[in-house]
Ligand binder design. Structure first.
Ligand code: GLV
Ligand code: MG
Length: 357
């Protein structure tokens, strides 16, 4: 057992102190790009400022013979792109490294931390199984940060995409002060659980409940209602993250053409407590930005409740509905999020400032 007193001590001599809290930086869309793909890499500079997070992906979707090119490409992009990553950049720079049992991850971490550790904000670790995976990354990052002379600690984000990872979700979130958040990884999770689906995220028409038959009308069409395959996992992930003061995200939605269903999945995640989702195509950035920003109506209502509740205690009636300390706290979540987003998004700033309560 580690003493609570040691939790915020660096894990290597010369490494920066671990963070005591994780800043709520807007991260509505985490846009994935393959740094070994020249066409994609060329678009990165123009995307800075248009998306909250750009993520250089080194893991799945990058072919084995392109792994080294992807790693080197990410180093070049980070060094050569103004405004990307680091504390001041409008767009954060994240990476997804290869899995901890792969032949590439040691070089991924060593190269990225020593070459561009001051530009990288978050390291996403795939296929995390338990706290031991985070402990390994935690110590290694501390050693590399010390070697690179970094002043700020890197943050770690785990993908929840194995059955064991889901079973251990709380201990993963609490395994290091560096933990920034979790993403649902529906594709790997489906295969690891032996689910009988063949998709990347989203629903399935076969996963449904049907209304009871009418004994007097045996031929009547019985309505069925599709259910959300991911509800259980997202709800567990949200609770584990909230318990540890870190952030939950929906992961990938693979059917790029189905913008409507993508928006629905993202909105379910937003309503349950997630702060963002992955984007696999530029058009998913717009969807995530729309969904993970409170609407003008929500902000208007939240501000009215805050104003009506005065010192925050007791209860008031507003439009026929009871509001009290607990509904006020929900409204404050909405108001605070709107304030954070207005700071980085001029369109939202205008929208929220123009709200008439
Ligand atoms: C993401 O990595 C997934 O497996 O869904
Ligand atoms: Mg995966």
């Amino acid at each position: 057992m580690r003493s609570a007193k040691d939790f915020f001590r660096p894990l290597a001599v010369g490494a920066p102190e671990p963070p005591q809290s994780i800043p709520a930086r807007p991260s509505r869309a985490i846009h994935f790009f393959d740094p070994s793909n020249e066409k994609m890499a060329a678009k990165v500079p123009d995307m800075v400022g248009t998306v909250d997070v750009l993520l250089g992906n080194l893991e799945d979707a990058v072919k084995a013979d392109r792994k080294e090119a992807a790693r080197a490409g990410l180093v070049d992009i980070a060094k050569g792109t103004a405004g990307l990553g680091g504390k001041s950049g409008p767009t954060q720079l994240w990476t997804r490294v290869n899995a901890l049992d792969s032949p590439w991850v040691l070089d991924d971490l060593t190269t990225l931390v020593t070459e561009i550790g001051d530009r990288l904000d978050v390291v996403m670790v795939p296929k995390v199984q338990g706290a031991e995976d985070i402990h390994y990354v935690d110590r290694l990052l501390a050693q590399l940060e010390a070697r690179a002379g970094l002043e700020e600690p890197l943050l770690v984000h785990a993908i929840l995409e194995t059955a064991r990872g889901v079973a251990n979700v709380e201990e993963i979130c609490g395994a290091s002060p560096r933990m920034q958040g979790l993403s649902l990884g529906p594709a790997d999770l489906a295969s690891d659980r032996r689910m009988k689906t063949t998709r990347v995220g989203g629903g399935h028409p076969g996963y449904l409940v049907r209304e009871d038959p009418e004994p007097q009308q045996p031929d009547k069409v019985r309505q069925s209602y599709q259910q959300d395959l991911w509800h259980y996992t997202i709800a567990r992930m949200v609770d584990a993250c909230a318990m540890h003061g870190i952030y939950p995200y929906y992961g990938p939605f693979g059917d790029i053409a189905d913008e409507r269903a993508c928006e629905d999945q993202f909105r379910n995640a937003f309503l349950l407590g997630c702060v963002g989702a992955w984007s696999l195509h530029p058009k998913q950035i717009a969807i995530a930005n729309r969904v993970f920003s409170p609407s003008a109506d929500d902000v208007r209502h939240a501000r009215r409740v805050v104003a009506a509740m005065g010192d925050g205690t007791g209860a008031v009636m507003l439009d026929g509905k009871m509001e009290d300390d607990a509904s006020l706290k929900q409204c404050l979540v909405m108001v605070e999020l709107a304030e954070q987003l207005a700071e980085i998004d001029p369109d939202l700033k205008k929208l929220y400032e123009g709200i008439d309560t």
